[in-house]
Design a protein around this ligand. Structure first.
Ligand code: ATP
Length: 260
């Protein structure tokens, strides 16, 4: 048994250097073979620890974000998404909007890539070390109504909303909210206003948002005011990407297509 190996492994454990422990054996052999200077060897080993920690953090943050699937900007077909300016998305992908606590609102009909872009930007953020959370409006409502009824709103807002620097709320507008839910949703947007960034996707033009928020025009106006104050609005037009192949194969009748 190599006792020094054991001692080094134990020291790495005590000092919380898992990637040094993992990589030092190979690094020692390599350094001996190539006659590397001691300081270069140490630098390389410390770099290994840094790189390992970074990957671990990226994986943790990506898992914590709760994306339903991983979508990337590299996979996004700009030719298909009408109205999306590649330069605008690339600028947003630089993530400057997060420290500036600006929001992004992706608006357009079903299947045009709103969720794809929201996830892709969120994934970039998680990879860059930004605490991100993806949720749908329906799931958020479930969480909030449960918390409200259990008199647990403060803790829930703290744990599930304020804890994130980037909050993605998908599918606002698909499920109409009652007055209680609309008030709770407003609380989320008000809580995050100028403190964190929000990415919202919606199938509804802003003029129709009151139909989702319990027909309450005053609350909807106050909500949009906060959401859009520092926001990048990305309107997306066109037909559903989900039906692209069926359309190409002529499986969708033109009348149905017009109704979509
Ligand atoms: N321009 C695009 N390039 C590549 N893939 C796309 C594009 N647009 C949509 N998709 C793909 O099509 C599917 C549906 O897209 P997505 O869920 O983003 O649409 P959506 O606008 O959010 O629709 P909905 O409002 O119904 O939720 C996804 O698998 C997505 O990756």
């Amino acid at each position: 048994m190599n006792l020094q190996y054991e001692r080094i492994t134990n020291l790495c454990g005590a000092l919380n250097l898992p990637f040094v422990a993992q990589g030092y054996g190979a690094a020692v052999q390599n350094a001996a073979k190539q006659e590397v200077a001691y300081s270069d060897f140490l630098e390389e080993l410390l770099k290994t620890e840094m790189a390992g920690r970074k990957v671990r953090q990226q994986n943790t943050l990506t898992k914590m974000a709760g994306f339903p699937a991983i979508k990337t900007l590299e996979d996004f077909n700009y030719n298909f998404a009408k109205g999306v300016k590649k330069a605008q998305i690339e600028e947003l992908a630089g993530l400057g909007f997060v420290p500036r606590t600006e929001n992004i609102v992706l608006v357009g009909p079903s299947g045009v890539g709103k969720t794809h872009l929201a996830i892709a930007l969120g994934y970039r953020a998680a990879q860059a070390g930004i605490k991100t959370r993806f949720t749908t409006a329906a799931d958020l409502m479930l969480l909030l109504t449960t918390a409200y009824r259990q008199n647990n709103m403060k803790a829930t807002l703290h744990r599930a909303i304020k804890a994130y620097r980037l909050m993605i709320i998908d599918e606002v507008g698909y499920v109409p909210m009652n007055r209680e839910q609309a008030n709770l949703f407003f609380q989320v947007i008000a809580t995050l206003y100028e403190k964190s960034s929000v990415i919202v996707t919606s199938n509804l033009p802003f003029g129709q948002w009151d139909t989702t928020f319990a027909q309450d025009t005053t609350l909807t106006a106050a909500l949009l005011d906060r959401l859009l104050h520092h926001a990048h609005v990305v309107p997306i037009a066109g037909e559903s990407y989900r039906l692209k192949h069926q359309r190409q194969a002529g499986l969708i009748h033109p009348v149905i297509r017009e109704q979509m």
